[in-house]
Design a protein around this ligand. Structure first.
Ligand code: CTP
Ligand code: MN
Ligand code: MN
Length: 521
């Protein structure tokens, strides 16, 4: 028997384990016109989101939610309950669905209130459309596995995001990424636009793309992007390690569209770009999990040789469960704070002495904790001691995948598959492929963190990039906190919140813990 007090707090949940996040908001869904099954569904949804939803009406109820009833009808019903509860709020279902979407009770605006003394307007379609999915708006509130049911849409939106990035339109790129991330989180394949009602982050442009795919099987904008000379050239040029969107754009405007033209242009390339060009083929081949493990063993050996007791952690995409990636990311620390100082230089010397590095650029640690909290960060880039490198990996029996990951899925738009395969086949000259070579080049990122910042560093270097961006946005917008790969600062309490695990950081942020494999937003 559940004690009475507890039963009251949990409403009609009776026995089911849910945490009530907003105990002062006690919701009752009016069954009239909503129907019993929809009411049951919406009640369950609310409870899952931490809302207190009662099965029975009582004096505790603060919010009555109605769907398809006029204000007068709802008031008449309420009067019949004869509870004399005059402060109860009569609200339209739109308040409830919005609150579900945002994960907290939203402020009650006029549009949410049931209008009394006037007839219910049948044409207010928006209110009567059933909400098919409830998706919280920040990607860090959601679980996103590697597989998703909507690759036909997410591939298209991701490609448009990539194109926007290549055009230096970062705001637009993030908008497409957020839209793709919402579709990645849906439990089923979307087949009609009405299923998308009420979902966050789907702007008009993204909706147009989705509609196009639903109606025509393909997005005309994606097709024309893939076929545009500019996109093809920018993609090829930014495929060179050390070349970003701005440089690629400048070269493209000078008429450079491929590697041969670049080599003949007489441009002075920096050290990274020279290495990038030299190893272009290898660096555009995905790194397999098996290769990542071999490199992990090498790095472990190096680190343990130069500083016994050090710990290394595989981060980035592989920690999220990916089976291939564009590089391998490692985070290194030592359980005694301070011991890690100077570690990177020694590791790099060790690797160099073994002939394992084709390229490396090491940056010193420049992080200093400021007692008044972090300065407005000029960028989200962290200040750890780090080494961006290219490893020389003996192939032995290892054979890397020669196809872009995921291009064989049947659900993918043919044009995108073709584009990816074409990119693979036509970007390389034979000399770059060097089939007889016994080794391949692999991009490796090494980062050293003091143990006191380790949890933040692991969280920050695990990604995905969008997940990280959303965590920081949540921290700032919802919690008035500032999150980086070094620390979490609470601007209300004016203090740093310490953590020794990722779980603690999520708890500080008031978020449910999302394991790495479900951070693939
Ligand atoms: N990162 C970072 N600072 C950088 C570069 C990367 O904090 N200067 C973080 C990113 O936020 C990301 C993680 O390091 O969370 C890994 O980045 P990256 O290797 O670029 O991406 P992956 O997710 O590992 O994807 P891939 O498998 O293609 O490498
Ligand atoms: Mn990576
Ligand atoms: Mn990386």
């Amino acid at each position: 028997m559940v004690p009475l007090k507890r039963r009251k707090v949990c409403g009609a949940v009776s026995g089911r384990e849910t945490t009530v996040k907003f105990p002062h908001v006690v919701i009752y869904l009016l069954e009239r016109k909503m129907g019993a099954s929809r009411r049951a569904f919406l009640s369950q949804l609310g409870r899952k989101n931490g809302f207190r939803v009662e099965d029975d009406f009582s004096d505790n109820v603060t919010h009555v939610i109605s769907e398809n009833n006029s204000g007068d009808e709802a008031r008449t019903w309420l009067d019949l309950q004869q509870k004399g509860n005059v402060t109860v709020k009569l609200l339209d279902i739109c308040w409830y669905t919005e609150s579900m979407r945002l994960g907290c009770p939203v402020e009650i605006l006029d549009k949410h209130k049931l209008q009394e003394g006037q007839k219910f307007q049948e044409e207010s379609v928006e209110f009567s459309v059933p909400v098919e999915f409830s998706v919280p708006s920040y990607a860090c509130q959601r679980r996103t596995s590697l597989e998703n049911h909507n690759t036909n849409f997410t591939d298209a939106l991701s490609l448009l995001a990539e194109n926007a990035e290549l055009n230096n339109e970062d705001g637009r790129a993030v908008a497409f990424q957020r839209a793709a991330a919402v579709l990645k989180a849906l439990p089923v394949k979307v087949t009609s636009m009405t299923q998308l009602q009420g979902l966050p982050c789907l702007g008009q442009h993204s909706q147009r793309v989705i509609k196009d795919i639903i109606e025509n099987g393909v997005s005309s904008e994606v097709e024309s992007t893939i076929n545009s000379e500019r996109f093809k050239a920018l993609k090829l040029l930014t495929g060179i390690f050390g070349v970003g969107a701005k440089t690629a754009d400048r070269w493209f405007r000078e008429g450079i569209q491929n590697l041969t033209q670049l080599e003949n242009s007489g441009h002075d390339l920096n050290r990274a770009q020279q290495a990038g060009l030299e190893h272009y083929y290898d660096l555009n081949q995905p790194v397999t999990k098996a290769e990542a493990e071999i490199i992990g063993d090498i790095v472990k050996k190096a680190v343990h040789d130069v500083l016994p007791g050090s710990e290394i952690t595989l981060t980035g995409g592989f920690r999220r469960g990916k089976i291939s990636g564009h590089d391998v990311d490692f985070l290194i620390t030592h359980p005694d704070e301070g011991k890690e100082v100077g570690l990177m230089a020694k590791v790099v010397s060790w690797l160099t002495a073994q002939g394992l590095l084709l390229y490396q650029k090491t940056t010193r640690n420049s992080y200093l904790e400021n007692e008044e909290g972090p300065a407005q960060p000029p960028s989200n880039i962290d200040r750890f001691e780090r080494c961006l490198s290219i490893f020389k990996l003996e192939k032995k029996e290892m054979h890397s995948i020669r196809l872009h990951p995921g291009t064989q899925s049947s659900d993918r738009e043919p044009a995108i598959i073709e584009h990816l395969q074409h990119f693979q086949a036509n970007s390389f000259s034979n000399s770059q492929m060097r089939p007889n070579r016994t080794w391949r080049a692999v991009r490796v990122d090494l980062v050293v963190s003091p143990i006191s910042q380790f949890a933040f560093a692991v969280l920050g270097w695990t990604g995905s990039k969008l997940f990280e961006r959303e965590l920081r946005r949540w921290a700032g917008q919802v919690k008035s906190m500032s999150l980086s790969s070094h620390a979490l600062y609470d601007s209300k309490q004016c203090k740093y919140l310490r953590a020794t695990s990722e779980e603690e950081i999520f708890a500080h942020l008031g978020l449910e813990f999302i394991p790495p494999k479900e951070r693939n937003a």
